[in-house]
Write a new protein. Structure first.
Length: 81
């Protein structure tokens, strides 16, 4: 199931929720202040890569190069390719 980021308009807290795609725009409540005005945030999709030999372990060289570029340019340095 995909993960979505939601930002509260009252306290500006961003929370992440796992929801079905069809439910991504359903109303939500802020976990911090209880506010009802929560909006979905645009973000980068997560890519699951479990290593060589796994079901998810085969990617094209283009994806590997893209992931390396993302890792290199990530200011936090915490994306593993």
């Amino acid at each position: 199931m995909p993960m979505y980021d939601y930002k509260c308009k009252d306290c500006e807290t961003v929370t992440t929720e796992m929801r079905r795609i069809a439910a991504r725009r359903d109303p939500s409540t802020c976990k911090s202040c209880g506010g009802n005005e929560v909006s979905i945030q645009l973000g980068m999709p997560a890519v699951l890569y479990s290593g060589v030999g796994s079901v998810y372990g085969t990617t094209s060289d283009g994806w590997k190069d893209r992931l390396k570029t993302i890792q290199k340019n990530n200011p936090l340095g915490n994306i593993n390719a």
